[in-house]
Design a protein around this ligand. Structure first.
Ligand code: CP3
Length: 358
């Protein structure tokens, strides 16, 4: 009867999300935004759901993982979801004695000391991580065109928890091994690279559209030591997942002096903390990579006028940068008012709507 057939709802051309476009340094309808730690204690709906369920247990129950991952997407209208899990989860999945203590972080029963400890670190199989596959599949179905970001811990940051036995300010024992027993340190990082590559591969195989490799504490290192002792293992992870064709984001805190090397390790997008303006960061990183960041996560505690000014400054710094994904410079703090994050999402979208050349 002459009615035009409805075009398929998901022709790839039309549904390529702003987030993936920015990661690929292509023109975007608006600057995409998501927040590291967007799920978690800042959300009352998260605290309610987690009541009485230990952190690492909650990560193994696909229905809980899917629900917690969706909470910030519904609330904020962010351009990407991040999978609810933890960087130490693959270590838990292979039976290592560790836990996450609320308000503290990961704590390891028997810290890593000698070559014999390598035997405790086997690479997880997809069967060990089947609950991840299930949760990712549930999520990609529910998310529709909104991409799911998978993630894992980079070898150095995981090694620090294993060697120190818990969170550390100075990473003294980690550095003592790096300088004093470099062969053992390299063997540990290499094994952790295989473990994180397996963790990321399971998420990508199940449908994650991008991954972020968190090297949260690597800013503790000088560039010369990063290059010699850490970069090969991080590059191994990023290289191992290149075959999926999904953007790889690489992030750490206090990494102003490491940005170029972290890009060189094989990132498509380099995450930047709040200490370096994005134009300067892009200059340090060089062409061919996008940047992500970098609003100071503490600015949300200031009056809205200051939050708005700081958000607009980040956007101004990113003008002329090849690809920009808006984010905080580190994770959302537990005391953050979710309404402020909602206003930031709105502001970023409004301020960049139609500014296609970003
Ligand atoms: O929303 C998201 O970003 C996804 C979830 C996510 C969690 N951990 C959940 C979580 C992500 C991406 C991580 C990564 C992670 N875990 C990193 C790298 C990111 C960063 O912040 O630099 C690190 C270093 C860890 C290790 C870890 N796990 C720490 C330091 C903590 C905090 C301890 C505390 O209570 O302050 C955790 C626990 C953790 N991981 C929580 C969440 C939501 C809090 C658990 C709770 O609700 O008590």
């Amino acid at each position: 009867n002459g009615a035009t057939p409805t075009p398929p709802a998901s022709s790839p051309q039309r549904t390529e999300s702003a987030f993936l476009l920015a990661c690929r340094r292509r023109p975007v309808p608006h600057t995409p935004v998501w927040f590291m730690r967007q799920a978690g204690r800042s959300l009352p709906e998260y605290r309610k759901l987690r009541e009485g369920v230990p952190m690492l247990t909650s990560c193994t129950i696909p229905e809980i993982v899917a629900e917690i991952t969706m909470q910030p997407v519904r609330r904020y209208g962010v351009d990407a979801a991040i999978f609810f899990s933890d960087i130490v989860l693959p270590l838990k999945a292979i039976g290592l004695g560790l836990d996450i203590k609320p308000g503290v972080g990961p704590v390891v029963e028997q810290p890593f000391r000698t070559a014999a400890d390598l035997d405790r670190l086997r690479v997880p199989t997809p069967e060990d991580l089947s609950f991840i596959t299930e949760a990712v599949q549930m999520l990609t179905a529910e998310l529709g065109p909104t991409p799911l970001i998978g993630f894992g811990g980079a070898p150095f940051t995981l090694a620090s928890y294993l060697i120190e036995g818990g969170p550390s300010r100075g990473h003294e024992q980690t550095k003592a091994m790096m300088y004093g027993a470099p062969d053992l340190f390299h063997a540990l990082l290499d094994r952790l690279a295989d473990i994180t590559a397996a963790f990321l591969s399971v998420q990508l195989s199940a449908g994650a559209g991008a991954v972020q490799l968190f090297d949260s504490w690597v800013g503790a290192l000088a560039p010369v030591d990063y290059r010699a002792h850490v970069m090969p293992a991080s590059a191994k992870v990023l290289d191992a997942v290149a075959r999926f064709g999904a953007p790889r984001i690489h992030f750490g805190v206090g990494t102003g002096e490491l940005l170029a090397l972290m890009g060189e390790a094989g990132a498509d997008v380099v995450g930047v903390d709040w200490r370096v303006p994005l134009n300067e960061a892009a200059h340090r990183i060089g062409p061919g990579r996008a940047v992500q960041g970098n609003l100071d996560p503490a600015v949300v505690f200031a009056p809205w006028e200051a939050v708005e000014a700081a958000t607009r400054r980040v956007l101004r710094d990113a003008e002329g940068v090849e690809g920009h994904v808006f984010n905080l410079g580190h994770g959302v703090g537990p005391q953050t008012d979710p309404d402020v994050l909602a206003r930031i999402v709105e502001l970023v979208h409004e301020a960049t709507e139609g500014v296609a050349a970003r």
